[in-house]
Design a protein. Structure first.
Length: 400
């Protein structure tokens, strides 16, 4: 039988050891929380919208600190994180990669080479389609995974596209393409052909806004090159030299209305931004693009651009081309969220993509009254001819 004094001494030792272990765990937990908070605060400050910037960073605990790993295309954000960790005296090994990836071997530029490329949220055909990019769109390339590339379009939207949708280029190749003469396809749908003859073999389909390299003219056709080198002919009645088209842009309310009505009946497609199918903001984005403006991709982004016209449902203030936003109104516990957008036509009517592209009315007695959207109306913004950070004018910036 052990002496009571020895039992008491052993119990005291166990208590001390337990306190040490708890203290160590608490300190470790506190440090880990500090690392997570640092990552979250940097993300909130530098990358508030993951649709347009990459900051996928994680911290993995080790016996001697942390391994900070992941990818970002915002070097300033990584610098800010490292500064925070060093101020907290947290030991770490930096295993992050600033994009574009070295694996791309300098081919960090590209051009969409099919009429419409589907961009997905993950590198898989089964992943959600987040947006589209049409032929001729210049893109930045950040990563490669299998046959998929993570790209960014001129409106800064991010997505993954399979290799069949783009032509990879290094800086020299891209500059050569960028500096060449271009053609823009102005008909809603159509084709290019192997010869200057519509009875010849089709080379590919074409849609509103497709951009090709213009090389020559032959009779009633333009001779063009695709970004991947294919040659074809496009009817002059369905396209225009890009520079000529740009100089003739009216930037008018009437231009927006005329373009929008060319897309009547186009089916609704989640993530769609082309004449093959559009979602609500993809429709307004396409209409504005064909009038010389690149606006943000989503309704929740478009709502922050331009100038405020109305918040009270006073539709007499609106002019054709204004964008109407609908969605969830703010409450004491939830923020406002714009989930739908349409474009004003006048006469109490607006055009939007819901089921298909069609015209609805804000007039309760009208046959096409849209009670659902009338009841969730948020505000109207005017983007046409307004200067804002998220609006690009093709006449002012050399996008193509």
């Amino acid at each position: 039988m052990k002496h009571p004094f020895l039992r008491k001494k052993r119990l005291s030792l166990l208590i001390v050891l337990s306190l040490i272990i708890v203290a160590c765990k608490t300190d470790s937990s506190s440090k880990h929380n500090g690392v997570e908070m640092a990552i979250d605060s940097v993300k909130e400050a530098h990358v508030p919208d993951k649709r347009v910037a990459i900051f996928e960073i994680a911290a993995v605990p080790t016996n001697d600190g942390y391994i900070v790993k992941g990818v970002t295309n915002i070097p300033e954000a990584l610098d800010a994180l490292q500064t925070k960790l060093e101020k907290q005296q947290i030991k770490y090994i930096d295993s992050t990669e600033v994009l574009p990836s070295q694996e791309l071997e300098g081919k960090v530029h590209g051009v969409i080479k099919v009429s419409v490329a589907n961009l997905r949220g993950r590198p898989a055909h089964s992943a959600e389609m987040v947006t589209q990019a049409i032929m001729g769109t210049p893109i930045k390339i950040f990563q490669k995974e299998g046959s998929w590339y993570r790209i960014q379009t001129p409106d800064k939207y991010l997505g993954w596209v399979d290799s069949g949708g783009l032509a990879l280029m290094d800086k020299t190749q891209f500059n050569e393409w960028h500096g060449s003469d271009k053609l823009i396809y102005t008909k809603t749908f159509g084709n290019s052909f192997g010869k200057a003859d519509k009875a010849s073999q089709v080379v590919s389909d074409l849609v509103f806004g497709n951009i090709l390299q213009l090389t020559a003219e032959k009779d009633d056709f333009f001779e063009v090159n695709y970004a991947d080198g294919k040659q074809a002919y496009v009817s002059k009645s369905e396209a225009a030299p890009y520079q000529t088209w740009k100089t003739q842009l009216p930037y008018s309310n009437e231009g927006l209305v005329a373009t929008s009505k060319k897309m009547l009946g186009v089916p609704y497609l989640w993530g769609g931004t082309s004449a093959k199918g559009v979602d609500c903001s993809g429709f307004t984005k396409t209409v504005y693009f064909m009038n010389g403006m690149i606006i943000p991709r989503d309704a929740s982004q478009q709502v922050h651009e331009g100038i405020l016209v109305d918040v009270d449902g006073d539709f007499s203030k609106l002019v054709p081309g204004d964008l109407l936003f609908f969605g969830r109104k703010a409450t004491d516990s939830t923020l406002e969220k714009a989930t739908h957008v349409g474009m004003w036509l006048g006469n109490n009517e607006f055009i939007h993509a819901a089921g298909d592209v069609h015209i609805s009315s804000m007039e309760p007695n009208a046959e096409n009254f849209d009670e659902f959207n009338h009841n969730r109306y948020l505000r109207t913004k005017r983007l046409l001819n307004e200067k804002d950070e998220g609006i690009l004018y093709l006449t002012e910036q050399k996008v193509f």
